[in-house]
Design a protein around this ligand. Structure first.
Ligand SMILES: [Fe+2]
Length: 185
């Protein structure tokens, strides 16, 4: 059985002994290795939403439910993250800044598809966009190495790929379906 209090305590202990993502990744990997237990502990995903499970100056833990076929625009976090998928799939495109241009544009640099039981770290400066390629909800535990809600970060317009301020209010608004404007983590 996945126990949120225990998971939170384990993540806090991990980050206390190593400030990097390394030990937290092990905690997340252990949790999602029993994906059914996570569903039992957090509840069956019912709609697209972001549940804040825990946040402190050192750690933020979110339960992120992606709508079917939903895509969020490129964005950064400015802190490391560990993504643990417990149902469905997250397709990531990784982006890099185009150095020779003044307009802070990004270009695609790589991709990684995360499925059930995958637990992947994202570096502090990573820029990614995420698609749920499935016709059903995807659920993932996202752990961030800091206070996710207090950092001023960037997103990139999905059409022009130009940088702008990340709009937390808009991006955390829960919506149904793959409507534009829903983004998170
Ligand atoms: Fe993200």
């Amino acid at each position: 059985m996945f126990d949120l209090d225990q998971f939170t305590a384990d993540c806090n202990a991990a980050v206390r002994s190593d400030r990097s993502h390394k030990l937290v990744r092990e905690v997340v990997a252990r949790a999602v290795s029993d994906a059914k237990a996570v569903v039992a502990g957090l509840g069956e995903p019912r709609r697209a939403e972001v549940q804040r499970l825990y946040s402190s100056a050192e750690l933020t833990i979110l339960n992120v439910i992606w709508a079917p076929l939903m895509t969020i625009m490129p964005h950064n976090h400015l802190m490391w993250a560990v993504i643990g998928v417990y149902t469905g799939r997250e397709d990531n495109i990784f982006w890099r800044r185009v150095q020779e241009e003044a307009g802070a544009r990004v270009e695609a640099a790589g991709a990684k598809s995360l499925g059930e039981r995958d637990a992947e770290p994202l570096g502090r400066d990573i820029i990614h966009s995420v698609t749920n390629p499935l016709s059903r909800l995807t659920g993932a535990i996202h752990v961030y190495g800091g206070d996710f809600f207090s950092v001023s970060r960037s997103e990139w317009d999905p059409e022009t790929l130009l940088e702008r301020n990340y709009d937390m209010e808009k991006n955390l608004r829960p919506v149904r379906g793959s409507e534009p404007g829903y983004a998170t983590s």
